[in-house]
Ligand binder design. Structure first.
Ligand code: ARG
Length: 276
């Protein structure tokens, strides 16, 4: 039997969508002909922030930077485990300067974080998930579209945790965090169709009690969720997944992020967990 954990207070990092627009297309969701409504985006982002603080979590906010429209997707800036922060190195030129904004945030607080600059291309928590109580603490890592496998090995050295490489095969699910999420300290939810056959077998072996999502859940950005071990904050369109999570003992908390979806992201993309 799976025991559902009680919520653990978390610290998150978000960045307001002040300069968020769809100005270039680097994933299949971004369409230059469908404009973002900046006011609505700001409102939706604010509701997400208030939802997280309302659940008892701390949200730190990174200053938005003009010219970096995707900085709102704060999850991509780094991956931290027990105070060690493995920095990001973005795949596409348009996002490369974001890494420096995140680096400055962590470097400003050296007592809390030890920041390690990466050599390899990786997009932070977009492609890394951490399960503190699975196998003594392991990271799952995606590759195939953005993050290089070499970065998984580098992260393993930096963080001193096993890093399991998983190959993403569907361009619509170009980051790990749109295909898989940690529900609590040891359990995951994922859409098997986003992964290669070998990676599916690895996931089935390591996580036999995972919640499985289907293509419709993944297309509704349902897997791009933030869970505190009990409350699962997820995109409001993912109603079927919400019911499945409720049946598994979690408490779904839907939020509408239609404007952020135009950039190819939802809840999790906007939120980095600070594991200080
Ligand atoms: N437009 C951004 C990109 O393509 C979206 C990033 C979404 N972030 C995420 N963690 N999946 O890079």
């Amino acid at each position: 039997m799976t025991v559902i954990q009680s919520p653990r207070p978390r610290t998150y990092l978000m960045c307001a969508p002040e300069y968020y627009r769809v100005e270039y297309a680097i994933n299949p969701w971004m369409d230059l002909t469908t404009p973002v409504d900046p006011e609505l985006a700001a409102k939706q982002w604010e509701v997400l922030r208030e939802t997280l603080t309302g659940l008892g979590h701390t949200v730190e906010v990174l200053d938005a930077v003009a010219g970096l429209p995707d900085l709102v997707f704060a999850a991509n800036g780094a991956f931290s485990v027990d105070g060690v922060v493995y920095g990001a190195r973005f795949r596409f030129a348009q996002r490369i300067p974001e890494a420096e904004v995140h680096r400055a945030f962590y470097r400003a607080n050296p007592r809390r974080y030890r920041f390690v600059a990466p050599r390899e291309t990786n997009e932070g928590e977009g492609d890394f998930a951490y399960l503190p109580r699975a196998y003594g603490g392991i990271a799952l890592a995606g590759y195939g579209f953005r993050t290089e496998v070499a970065a998984h090995a580098e992260a393993q050295e930096v963080l001193g945790r096993p890093v399991v490489s998983l190959r993403l095969i569907d361009p619509r699910f170009y980051h790990l965090d749109v295909a898989l999420a940690a529900l609590d300290d040891e359990r995951i939810v994922y859409y098997p169709g986003a992964f290669s056959d070998g990676s599916r077998r690895v996931l089935a072996q390591l996580f036999p009690s995972a919640v499985l999502a289907d293509e419709a859940d993944a297309l509704a950005f349902g897997l791009n969720l933030v869970s505190d071990g009990h409350h699962v904050v997820l995109n409001a369109e993912a109603t079927a997944l919400a019911s499945r999570l409720a049946a598994a003992g979690y408490e779904p908390v839907p939020v509408d992020l239609s404007e952020l979806k135009k950039g190819g992201g939802s809840v999790k993309c906007c939120v980095a967990e600070l594991r200080g």
